[in-house]
Design a protein around this ligand. Structure first.
Ligand SMILES: Cc1ncc(COP(=O)(O)O)c(C=O)c1O
Length: 327
């Protein structure tokens, strides 16, 4: 347990692990399970709840009165940060990055954007030609001159603090009440902190589970390098042995034309999970990741005796913003 690190209580943990009986039978491959981090309990749930439980104590320690973060228009990280800040009574400012070339109206206004408003967050759209992090830094300087004490949370909450949340998730997986053991964990990997935290947890708890990140944006080598660096840094912070490069595995064939651009595989995966298991995936992360898992099963990447755990990292709050992608 990471008891030496400060943590605040934002979510419902441990999240459940469920057997996907119907999908396992349909695919006729390994047994597939799902860890319900889509049900973390904060503002419709998702993976950022765990990260924020370890990041927000640092916000409080720094006496910050304004949290600034960045994300794509339909960022789930932004929505959970907005909610967590509301609970703590800290102002939240989100600098949004337009990553879709042609964004439908619903994408710009509903889903997470609507929820950010409900949680009282301020949103500023980064001009297309600007780097979102630099733009956010300028805004922070402005707010400082207005008397605020801002605190910056990086994209996806992916830093050594946020990753502690996924070391904890790995502990939950290892110590699950049914004593289920898994040969593989499959997850969506984006800004990389969730993946890196699991890899750090695997090292800390000396687990031999294989972790497979399905990239939702970058190439295999770029994503593996990013996750490896994050995991190394996190292990150094925790004071445990650092992971090996081989511990970080990314598969990159399921992005399609780009980040958040719908693919047929994503639509099929989302539909399979909804119609067979009554679980909602999202179009940007978990839909593409589950598409990858299905394809790996079909390509006999797993043995029939394997027990594969899909980490559901949330995102269904964005679904109303993507109705156009399914019509
Ligand atoms: C639903 C969902 N799944 C997965 C991810 C990827 O997590 P990470 O950014 O830690 O790689 C995100 C990131 O925003 C997300 O919103």
């Amino acid at each position: 347990m990471l008891t030496k690190f400060q943590r605040i209580d934002l979510g419902h943990f441990p999240t459940r692990i469920e057997y996907l009986k119907n999908i396992s039978e349909e695919l006729n491959g390994p047994q597939i399970f799902i860890k319900r981090d889509d049900c973390t309990g904060l503002a419709t749930g998702g993976n950022k709840t765990r990260k924020l439980e370890f990041i927000l104590p640092d916000v409080i320690k720094n006496n910050a009165d304004l949290v600034v973060t960045v994300g794509a228009i339909q960022s789930n990280h932004a929505r959970q940060t907005a909610a967590a800040c509301a609970k703590l009574g800290i102002k939240c400012l989100i600098v949004l990055e337009q990553r879709l070339a042609e964004a439908p109206e619903a994408y710009m206004n509903s889903g997470n954007i609507f929820l950010n408003k409900v949680f009282g967050a301020e949103m500023i759209l980064c001009p297309k030609e600007r780097d979102v992090k630099e733009y956010a830094e300028e805004i922070m300087e402005e707010r400082k001159s207005m008397g605020f004490n801002p605190y910056f949370i990086p994209v996806g909450g992916s830093n050594h603090l946020g990753e502690l949340g996924y070391i904890e998730c790995m502990r939950e997986i290892i110590e699950n009440p049914n004593k289920d053991s898994f040969t593989h964990i499959v997850l969506a990997t984006g800004s990389g902190g969730t993946h890196a935290g699991l890899v750090a947890g695997k090292t800390l708890y000396q687990s031999d589970v294989k972790i497979i990140g399905i990239s939702i944006k970058d190439t295999k080598s770029k994503q593996e390098n990013k996750v490896f660096q994050l995991a190394q840094h996190c292990c150094e912070y925790v004071g445990c042995k650092t992971p090996t490069r081989e511990d970080v595995v990314v598969v990159d064939g399921y992005v399609g034309s780009g980040y958040a651009i719908p693919t047929d595989g994503m639509r099929d995966a989302l539909s399979l999970m909804a119609t067979k298991e009554a679980i909602l995936l999202d179009p940007v992360y978990t839909g593409k990741a589950f598409d990858g898992l299905i394809d790996l099963v079909r390509k006999n990447h797993f043995n029939s005796s394997d027990r594969v755990l899909f980490l559901h990292t949330g995102g269904s709050a964005a679904l109303p913003a993507f109705e156009w992608a399914f019509s």
